[in-house]
Design a protein around this ligand. Structure first.
Ligand code: SF4
Length: 192
């Protein structure tokens, strides 16, 4: 894992290295049973070198807290690409293709039972299917690489459209139930 960290932090394999400030390894428990995958770092993340620390990240932490999960204990958080695309554009197919092996290796090493994709981009890229639509897939478990994958909305989408919050909470409730079933029957959430 330290080898992988060093590779990511110094990577120059795609053009995003030219405009980034910091590339982002990810954050959380290296033995987590839940692995969250977002799209790409934004300005705050690029500045500090940590994933999901802006407004979206604060909302994600609130959702995780409501589930009884924390970054320190239960999850690992990362992105499809590790460097910020200029103006927060969606990463190109080539950038994704170049960076994705880091994510797949990280998932293999951490070996979580549950993967949560946040938003359409991470779902499409992990499934390798550009046609899938988040609204059709969210809330339904998918068997992916011998793991269970739960697609849900990206927290940034919830900030833009608060009407999506209820559906997202329903998705995370399914994750809590699965976590109790597979990992810890005594897992406590104040809200579910
Ligand atoms: S986005 Fe990924 S592949 Fe591209 S430079 Fe950053 S770490 Fe390397």
């Amino acid at each position: 894992m330290e080898n992988l960290r060093a590779k990511i932090l110094t990577c120059t394999r795609c053009p995003l290295c030219k405009t980034r400030n910091k590339s982002i390894f990810g954050e959380g428990n290296l033995k987590a049973e839940i692995f969250l995958v977002g799209e790409a770092p934004g300005a705050d993340e690029d500045r500090d070198g940590r994933p999901f620390i802006g407004k979206s990240g604060q909302l994600l932490d609130k959702i995780l807290g409501a589930c009884g999960f924390s970054r320190e204990s239960h999850v690992f958080i990362s992105n499809i690409v590790r460097c910020r695309p200029p103006n927060n554009r969606v990463p190109s197919a080539t950038e994704v293709q170049t960076c994705l092996p880091y994510l797949l290796k990280q998932i293999e090493l951490i070996n979580p039972q549950i993967v949560i994709t946040l938003g359409a981009t991470s779902l499409k890229k992990l499934l390798g299917d550009e046609t899938c639509k988040i609204k059709n897939h969210r809330g339904r478990w998918i068997n992916w690489n011998h793991r269970l994958l739960m697609p849900t909305y990206h927290p940034a989408a919830l900030l833009r459209n608060p009407n999506l919050k209820e559906a997202t909470w329903q998705d995370f409730k399914k994750v809590i139930s699965k976590y109790r079933q597979l990992i810890d029957p005594n897992h406590f959430s104040q809200h579910f």
